[in-house]
Design a protein around this ligand. Sequence first.
Ligand code: C3B
Length: 832
Amino acid sequence: TAKETARKSTKAKSADTSSITYSKAQIKQSIVKHLHSTLGTDENKANNHAWWKATSAAMQELVLERLRTTQKTHYINDTRAVHYFSAEFLMGRLLSNNMHNFNLFETADAALKELGVELTDVLEEEPDMALGNGGLGRLAACFLDSLATMDLPAIGYGIHYEHGLFRQEIKNGAQIERPDSWRHYGNPWEICRPESIQEVPLFGYVETKYGANGRVKKEWHPGNIVKGVPWDIPIVGYGAKTVNVLRLWQSESSDYFNWDVFNSGGYVDAQRENIQAETISKVLYPNDETRAGKELRLIQQYFFCACSLKDIIRRYKRAHGDDWSRFSEQVVIQLNDTHPAIAIPELMRILVDRVELDWDTAWGICTKTFAYTNHTLLPEALERWPVRMIEKILPRHIEIIYEINHRFLSLVEKKWPGNNVIKAKLSIIEESTEKMVRMGNLSVVGSFAVNGVAEIHSKLVKENLFPEFEALWPGKLKNVTNGITPRRWLKACNPLLSELIGKKIGNDWPSDLTRLNKLSEFADNTTFQNQFMKVKQKNKEALAAEIKHLTGISVDTKAIFDIQIKRLHEYKRQHLNLIHIMALYKRLLEDPSYDMHPRVFIFGAKAAPGYTLAKDIIFAINKVADKINNDPRVNHIIKVVFLPNYRVSLAEKMIPAADVSQQISTAGKEASGTGNMKLALNGAITIGTLDGANIEIAEEVGDDNIFIFGMTVDEVTELSKKGYNPFDIYYHNNEVKAVLDWLDTDYFTPGQPGALSSLKNSMLSGGDPYMCLADYESYSEANRALNIAYRDKSRWAKMAILNTAKMGKFTSDRSIADYVERIWKLTPCTVE
Ligand code: C3B
């Protein structure tokens, strides 16, 4: 099967790691050369930033060599490729990753040492490439890593945002957003490709023409044209054989478009719309799982889809001319959520209006080309655009969407004759007061496969979100459980553990993660337990130093390091964690001999700037932290740390040091989660609900090696049906009542009573929409069990080892193998 082929190809590489070998002397020479000729400085003057750039340039030389070979090989072999369309790519830093994938990390380290420079300091100079919000964007980055590693022809397409996700500062406990400028001083990895610029039409009107044969022809007269300039970021696979690219489009105003001629016509005043072309790719929308609903956001989506489709078609035509019959054999496009769904009517427009294929042929090509991944069931994340907005910006596309819908609804009519309820539900157009286009429905109708991102999530997509679609097209709805790249999330970020694992079971695990299972044999071995926990201890000491550096807070490295890192969202329930911390605090105040192992609660989270309650929760965490950390009665037992500006590079420092991983979303709300996988891979024990991939993690590690609590999906549904009233719990659980009432006082915000009341209100009069209180008791019990388990050193070490050992399933190589087998049908292409 394709899966086996893909697996074989990755395994093959471990035996033959790097195709390019570079000696220490050569690297040193290359770095110095770039210091001189690329940066115009020298060894005596160079600061760490210059060393970072020179070292990156030295690596980029090797990268580009492999990129050229890869592209030539793919061209000669006329390979089928996957095109991953995503509004977000959360790449993080690239230097260390590229060095690891070339197997040159140690060599470069030694070379720099001889130059009197510390590689670890140099790596810290690189700004994160944060062109994404959270899980969805980071998943795209892990997938690119796996695709290249598995020698699969693939290209990522997205937006070259000038400003990525905002930088977070904390002032007096509150989040402040500052602009991110990741390429302010130049980025050594990206290459501008002016030879592949594309033009994108916007606004204007559609003219209907009648051809001699009576054929209706539609002509779109755009009111504006913007330029898309491609920037390529090379994606180095592990072993550095295949180097694919991530192509990101930057918008520019078009010089081609002649405003004078256009305006002199005078007939377009009504349709003409002005858009400052440069603003399109200016900034990433900082909303995670909420719709922006803004015109500029729709333009961003269309902009990168239109550029990418033109790019794909140009490449296809170079090999196949005007023979469109093979298009869907060569091209598969994966839509990362509905953000790129507008690509479906755009491809239809090109095929019908420009290529002049008949509708059915064009639709046949389309529906063999697109596949769609759903990443969430949260209603506030399901994209819908006002018909009027699409009409204005993309007047031809709205016609095409109506036509797609019309034909689709006849199919629905055949299946369920006369059933208008089903028709209204499935229609791509929502007939509300303001007519809306449902991008999820459009994506399902226009794709040949639809997948969720974990077993439970895919089941809910099938049963709750799109049940009729399953009846209409059995088998179209699938599952591919998410994964993470073990190169970044173990090998590179946790060198001490990687070395220990290598000594024990060899060095093949990064490209075949199931090999970690061999560690299970040593889970009971005292010596190995000690070695494993010694690594954890060292990593905790490193994080403690970082915490001190970033916040000034001292933490006890013998305490349990308990970590919750993810976007701030009510459904992820950071506030459940917080009220439990407050309860522990209260127990200690009331009973100083209350028995608990010292514990440091560490948070990292950004809130969408317009999400008030999320920002209130950050504020509350910081205020509670201040109080506890400065209370000598308890601060030797509990500390609370909120690390500012959580991002990929900070995650890489936190994850190796975690004892406990908090994965506590309301069951049914977290589609998969991927941080849960990263933490468990690094030997943290999960305390979590039966939600998303937690369920599959529990299956892998076994019930003894995870702390599961709370309601199941069915229980959540049942309770909502029955009617959930948080006041029932408030009045029956004294601890819950005391803690919530505490939020109303000025205990944590001296002189400002009520400053934390919004949190209490959301969990009481607000109806506690994510049922924190309903799960509180069970969460508290799970924490007690965890506390006891930690005290048994040997038991805990065994649990930690088994968590690492059993994470093989969650490599993104397995996710990609599943996509290849179930959806993409790609064949690896070896690049010699
Ligand atoms: C996220 C989901 O919230 C996570 O459960 C999931 O692991 C990742 O996607 C990857 O599949 N997600 C996101 O980050 N942004 C969205 N708009 C929707 C889902």
